[in-house]
Design a protein around this ligand. Structure first.
Ligand SMILES: Cc1cc2nc3c(=O)[nH]c(=O)nc-3n(C[C@H](O)[C@H](O)[C@H](O)COP(=O)(O)OP(=O)(O)OC[C@H]3O[C@@H](n4cnc5c(N)ncnc54)[C@H](O)[C@@H]3O)c2cc1C
Length: 412
């Protein structure tokens, strides 16, 4: 096959939420750069307003601000977003409960539930209009060759080979190709991972009682169940997107239920908090992994979003920490350019790693701690977590700090 060559300052691999926003921010803030964005999917993501995408994300105030800064939030909000004003978390095996409300931090809402396809379609469209961006669909990376290094010196550019035989050269490659990152594997970057032996089941449901814009999460020994309020549907205020995590055998059994039995099982699992579950859309399930790259960078290469870290969906923070990576990476690239440093130099990429790794580790450790605490059988741990939830619920200052942290904003 004939090989052609395309040169770009930066190649971004993956045009999901993280890669597309990264491309858009770089293109807008640094118009002197030439960017290529490679996406494996054959066609751009389309948002179908006649149905609810089972894949949703809970966006924090910080993530919304980033979308607003690239001029997309108003377009997204005009189509379909679901604010949630309150969150209730409770222990399914005990009596502990904690309530968070936007009013506690003087906000009309705690965050927004948004369909993944709506966000990605808007981001990809905006990206395709950028004069300094080439968005190439249906392109898979098959080979990555990093520059050679001698001491502090780096030689040459990154070579990227595509599955169709095409070769590209770039000063910097940014891997935003998700949890199973091909680029990370091709570059031989180590990852610490553990299989939760759980599946996450997602679907959209209709409930007897209105959700009143409250996000609900019930922790059970077998895994958490989240009910995220949506503003869609024939009976507005009665639809939720769910993420039900369960051990693999139980998840398979749940997936095999017919719709009526599924609705009954879900009503029980949710302790009837919204009355009966009266209908459910098609269900999808995903294996749940925790993954963290040992390093986020190599000469000429940085990992971003799920390619660097994949976390349990129990706190809905995956995308939000990925978007914080984007902000840090753009800052460091801008800084490198302003100082005439080569784009892919390790000094710049290590600054990005330092800016993000500790925060990501903290979030991951928090998720893991929560998961283990609620998965424990011990009578003492059960008592401790119920008492802990009750104590935290009585401390408005602590709750305010927790909400600010979860929203990704600094406390005033
Ligand atoms: C069940 C579930 C519920 C979740 N709920 C939430 C939530 O409420 N809030 C939240 O913040 N997060 C949530 N998450 C996590 C969130 O979905 C991810 O963190 C987020 O999608 C990561 O974005 P990303 O762009 O890094 O990766 P992805 O969304 O995985 O995008 C990667 C992109 O790269 C492309 N790609 C892959 N390989 C290649 C290749 N070799 N070459 C070119 N392109 C490639 C893919 O096609 C894709 O478009 C949830 C996850 C799951 C599984």
């Amino acid at each position: 096959m004939m090989k052609t060559s395309t040169d770009a300052d930066i190649v971004i691999v993956g045009a999901g939420l993280v890669g597309a926003l990264l491309g858009l921010q770089l293109a807008r803030q640094l118009p002197q750069l030439s960017l290529v964005v490679l996406e494996a999917a054959d066609a751009p993501t389309r948002f179908d307003a006649t149905r609810v995408d089972p894949r949703v994300v809970a966006l924090t105030e910080n993530s919304v601000a980033m979308l607003r800064a690239v001029g997309l939030w108003d377009r997204v909000a005009a189509q379909r977003v679901s604010p949630y004003t309150h969150m209730t978390v409770w222990d399914g095996e005990g009596t502990g409960r904690i309530e968070f409300d936007g009013a506690l931090v003087d906000r009309p809402q705690l965050g927004f539930i948004v369909e993944n396809s709506l966000l990605v379609s808007e981001l990809q469209q905006a990206l395709s209009y950028q004069p300094n961006v080439q968005l190439l669909m249906g392109e898979q990376v098959a080979e990555v060759q990093l520059p050679s290094v001698n001491g502090d010196d780096q030689f040459g550019a990154v070579q990227v080979g595509l599955a169709n035989g095409r070769q590209m050269t770039a000063a910097l490659v940014l891997a935003a190709d998700g949890g199973n990152s091909t680029v990370r594997a091709l570059a031989g970057m180590a990852v610490r991972e553990w299989d939760y032996q759980q599946q996450g089941i997602v679907t959209t449901i209709t409930t007897e009682r209105a959700h009143d814009q409250v996000a609900r999460q019930r922790f059970m020994k077998t895994g958490p169940l989240a009910l995220l309020p949506l503003t869609t549907g024939a009976t507005p205020g009665h639809q939720c997107s769910i993420v039900w995590s369960a051990d693999c055998a139980r998840a398979e059994a749940i997936m095999a239920l017919d719709d009526d039995a599924f609705c009954r099982a879900l009503t029980d699992a949710a302790e009837g908090c919204l009355g009966r579950v009266t209908a459910a859309d098609r269900r999808f399930s995903f294996p749940l992994w925790q993954r963290h790259a040992v390093d986020y960078c190599a000469p000429g290469l940085a990992l971003v979003g799920d390619a660097a870290h994949t976390i349990h969906p129990l706190a809905g923070q995956g995308v939000n920490i990925g978007l914080k990576d984007v902000a840090a990476l753009v800052t460091e690239i801008e800084r490198a350019l302003s100082r005439d440093l080569p784009l892919g130099c390790m000094a710049t990429l290590r600054r990005y790693q330092r800016a993000r790794k500790a925060d990501n580790l903290l979030t991951m450790a928090g998720m893991e701690g929560f998961k283990r605490l609620f998965g424990a059988d011990s009578h003492w741990l059960r008592w401790l977590r119920n008492e802990g939830l009750r104590q935290v619920d009585r401390q408005p200052l602590l709750k305010r700090a927790l909400i600010h942290h979860a929203m990704g904003v600094k406390a005033p």
